[in-house]
Ligand binder design. Structure first.
Ligand code: SAH
Length: 262
C-alpha cells in the first residue's frame, strides 16, 4: 500500500468553496500530489512542491476557477452545490494552454469528469508527466499535446473549437489573448487566471482583445481558501471570429504583443 498523504488543507479548502470532495476525488488528488512530488525530484516541473503549497497554490487555486464558471454556466442555480450538480453534467470542450504539470486543467477535470479536455504544453518532460498522470488517474477524454499555443491556434482541428479556453501563469494578458482567443469557438469563454495586476493588464489588452474577436465580460475577484494572495480571473467572451493571421508564428506574440505601441 502506498503511504496515505494528509490532504487536510485541500479538504478544508474545498469545503469552504462549497465543493466538498468525494472519496474518489480525494484519492485522485492523493495520487496527483504523490506523483508530482516524486517526479519533481527528478525533473523540475514546478517551483511549488511542498505538500502545503501543492494543496493551496496548485489544487485549491485551480479549483477556484470553478466559481466564475458556475456563475457563467449555471446562472439559474441558487446555491453553489446546485450549480455544481448542473455543471458536472455538461459535456463541454475545454483547453488549458501552458498547463505545466496540469494547472488548472487536470484539477478541473478531476472536479468535472464530463469535461472533454485538451492540455497544451511546450516542454516535453511536462507533457510526459501529464500523460503519466492521465494514465495513473484513469481519466478519459483528456489529451496532452506537446505543442505551442501558436501552433494549436492555426491547427484546424483545434482552432475555433473550444467552449472554454483557460490559462494560469503563462504570459501577460496582451500576449496571452493571442494564444487563447483563436482556440475558442464563437460564443465561447476565455478565462485568464491572474493576480492583482489583472485590471491593468486588461487595459493594456483592449486593442488586442478587440482585434482577436473578444469582449471582456468581467474581472472577478476570487478568494482562494487558505491562500492569502489576491486572485483575479479575467473572463472574455469570443463574439467574432479571429482573423486568420492570428496567432502569428511561435514567439512573435511575445516579441511584439498585439496592440502594443512599442
Ligand atoms: N499553468 C501552469 C504552468 C505555468 S508555467 C501553472 O499555473 O502552474 C508556464 C508554462 O507555460 C510552462 O510550462 C511553459 O512551458 C508553458 N508555455 C509558455 N508559453 C507557451 C506556449 N506559447 N505554448 C505552450 N506552452 C507554453
Amino acid at each position: 500500500m502506498p503511504e496515505m498523504l494528509n490532504l487536510e488543507l485541500l479538504e478544508k479548502g474545498a469545503r469552504k468553496l462549497n465543493l466538498p470532495l468525494s472519496k474518489g476525488q480525494l484519492e485522485m488528488f492523493e495520487t496527483y500530489q504523490r506523483e508530482l512530488t516524486k517526479w519533481n525530484e527528478k525533473f523540475n516541473l514546478t517551483a511549488v512542491s511542498d505538500s502545503e503549497g501543492i494543496q493551496t497554490k496548485h489544487f485549491l487555486d485551480s479549483m477556484s476557477l470553478l466559481l466564475p464558471l458556475l456563475s457563467a454556466l449555471a446562472p439559474e442555480a441558487k446555491t453553489v452545490p446546485e450549480a455544481y450538480k448542473r455543471l458536472a453534467k455538461m459535456k463541454l470542450r475545454a483547453i488549458d494552454v501552458g498547463t505545466g504539470p496540469g494547472f488548472p486543467g487536470l484539477v478541473l477535470k478531476i472536479m468535472w469528469p464530463a469535461l472533454e479536455l485538451s492540455l497544451v504544453e511546450a516542454t516535453g518532460k511536462k507533457v510526459q508527466f501529464l500523460r503519466h498522470m492521465i494514465r495513473e488517474l484513469g481519466l478519459e477524454d483528456v489529451e496532452a499535446y506537446h505543442a505551442r499555443a501558436e501552433e494549436m491556434g492555426q491547427d484546424g482541428t483545434h482552432r475555433g473549437s473550444y467552449d472554454l479556453v483557460m490559462a494560469r501563469a503563462v504570459a501577460v494578458l496582451p500576449v496571452l489573448v493571442e494564444y487563447l482567443m483563436p482556440l475558442a469557438r464563437k460564443g465561447g469563454l476565455v478565462l485568464a487566471m491572474k493576480g492583482p495586476s489583472a485590471s491593468e493588464e486588461v487595459l493594456e489588452s483592449e486593442t488586442a482583445i478587440r482585434i482577436l474577436g473578444g469582449e471582456v465580460q468581467k474581472v472577478v475577484d476570487v478568494e482562494v481558501p487558505l491562500l492569502a494572495e489576491e486572485r483575479r480571473i479575467v473572463i472574455i467572451r469570443k463574439v467574432a471570429e479571429t482573423p486568420e493571421m492570428y496567432p502569428r508564428r511561435p514567439g512573435i506574440p511575445q516579441k511584439r504583443p498585439l496592440g502594443s505601441k512599442k
